[in-house]
Ligand binder design. Structure first.
Ligand code: SF4
Length: 349
C-alpha cells in the first residue's frame, strides 16, 4: 500500500453515530440508548479492502448499513468521493440517496435468504438494471450473460431458480447481482460466513478478482480475523460500537496494539496440525451497547486494565504511521502478535 498522502479517499466517515432509543411504559418514555455505532471516524481509500472485525454486537453490520443509508445515522457525516465529485451522503434526501444507489452495493451474509426464490437467476441479476431504467432489454441480457460467466457460473444457469444452487453458487449469484450496476463501493457483510471453509476461499478469490477487474473498493465485514487476513489491505477492529484499532493488515496481525485485538488473534484457527495458537482468555461476557461501562468499554474484560481505564475513555490515536489504537496503555504493553502466540503455544505443548 502506498503512502497515505498518495491515496485518494472514496469514503470519509466523521463522528458517525447510530443510536436506538430504549423506550419504557405506555408513554414510550426514552430511558436510554443502544449505542450501536458510537462516534466512528474512518477513511477508506479507492480500490482498497478495509476489513472490519469484531464480535457479534460490536456494531460492524450497523456501521456498514448506516454508511449506505440503509439505516439512518443519528449523527455524523458520510462523505463519498466519486471521481472528482464529492457528495455529503449524510445530507441527501431519500430520493437523492436513491440516485447514488448504483455506486453503492451490499453483499449479504446469507445466500439462502438474500435471493428471491420466485425469480429466475436472470431476473435476479437483471432487476437492479431494470429498476434503474437506464438500460435496454438487449443491454441487460448482454450484461447478465457476461456477469454470470465472470462469477464462475454458466449461461445455462440463468433460467433456474435459487433453490437449484448450493450456498457457494448462490453467493456467486448475489455477487453478480451486486455488480450489475458497476458499483464503486461494496459492503460485503459476512459474505462468506455461512459457507463451508472450502467454498469460502473460492468466494474470497472471486471477490478479489472482481475488485481487480472493476476497480472496486470493499468494506469487508467479518466476525473473525482469519477471514479478513488475505483479502484486506487494512483492518479495523470494533468493540461495542467503537473502532479500537486500525492498521495495515500485516502490521495489525504481527504487531497488535490493543488488548482486544490480541484476544481476537488468539482465536484464529491454525491450518498446521503440528501447531496451535495460544488462547488468550477473555474475562466476562461481551458487553452491552445499552449499558456501556465507564472509561474504556473493554476494561471489564481486559487483563491489563489499570485505574485510568475505569475512569477515562481512551481516544483513537495514531501510535505509529498508519496504526491507530484506542488504549491508554498502548505505549507500555508488549502484546503478542500472531507469530508469538503460535510460538508460545508450541513451547507449552
Ligand atoms: Fe485494556 Fe485499559 Fe487499554 Fe482499555 S485502555 S484496552 S482497559 S489497557
Amino acid at each position: 500500500m502506498s503512502e497515505e498522502k498518495d491515496r485518494k479517499p472514496i469514503l470519509e466517515v466523521k463522528g458517525l453515530k447510530k443510536y436506538y432509543p430504549i423506550e419504557k411504559g405506555l408513554s414510550k418514555r426514552v430511558v436510554g440508548y443502544v449505542k450501536a455505532v458510537n462516534d466512528v471516524n474512518l477513511t477508506i481509500y479507492q480500490n482498497e479492502v478495509l476489513g472490519v472485525v469484531g464480535e457479534s454486537g460490536c456494531g460492524k453490520t450497523t456501521l456498514g448499513r448506516t454508511i449506505l443509508r440503509l439505516l439512518e445515522p443519528t449523527d455524523g457525516k458520510i462523505i463519498f468521493h466519486f471521481g472528482d465529485k464529492t457528495v455529503d451522503f449524510s445530507a441527501l434526501t431519500r430520493q437523492e440517496v436513491r440516485d447514488y444507489r448504483k455506486y453503492l452495493q451490499m453483499i449479504f451474509q446469507n445466500p439462502y435468504t438474500s435471493l428471491n426464490p420466485r425469480m429466475t437467476v436472470f431476473d435476479i441479476i437483471a432487476e437492479p438494471m431494470r429498476l434503474s431504467k437506464a438500460f435496454t432489454e438487449e443491454q441487460i441480457t448482454e450484461r447478465v450473460r457476461k456477469l454470470i460467466t465472470q462469477v464462475g457460473l454458466e449461461v445455462r444457469h440463468l433460467n433456474r431458480y435459487p433453490h437449484a444452487f448450493s450456498g457457494g453458487q448462490r453467493q456467486r449469484i448475489g455477487i453478480a447481482r451486486s455488480l450489475a450496476m458497476q458499483p464503486k463501493f461494496v459492503v460485503a457483510d459476512e459474505a462468506v460466513s455461512a459457507l463451508d471453509v472450502s467454498i469460502q476461499a473460492q468466494i474470497l478469490n472471486l471477490l478479489q478478482d472482481m475488485k481487480d477487474q472493476y476497480g472496486l473498493t470493499y468494506m469487508f465485514i467479518a466476525h473473525n480475523l482469519s477471514v479478513v487476513e488475505h483479502i484486506s489491505d487494512r483492518v479495523c477492529v470494533m468493540y461495542l460500537g467503537r473502532v479500537v484499532e486500525l492498521a495495515e493488515t500485516e502490521e495489525l496481525f504481527y504487531h497488535p496494539r490493543h488488548p482486544y485485538t490480541e484476544v481476537l488473534m488468539s482465536a484464529i484457527p491454525v491450518a498446521d496440525p503440528t501447531t496451535d495458537t495460544k488462547r488468550v482468555e477473555l474475562k466476562g461476557d461481551a458487553g452491552n451497547a445499552a449499558h456501556l461501562p465507564s472509561g474504556c468499554p473493554f476494561h471489564p474484560r481486559c487483563r491489563y486494565g489499570k485505574e485510568i481505564c475505569r475512569q477515562e475513555l481512551p481516544q483513537l490515536r495514531e501510535i505509529s504511521p498508519g496504526h491507530f489504537t484506542a488504549c491508554h496503555l498502548a505505549d507500555q504493553l508488549k502484546l503478542s502478535g500472531l507469530e508469538e502466540l503460535k510460538l508460545t503455544a508450541k513451547k507449552e505443548e
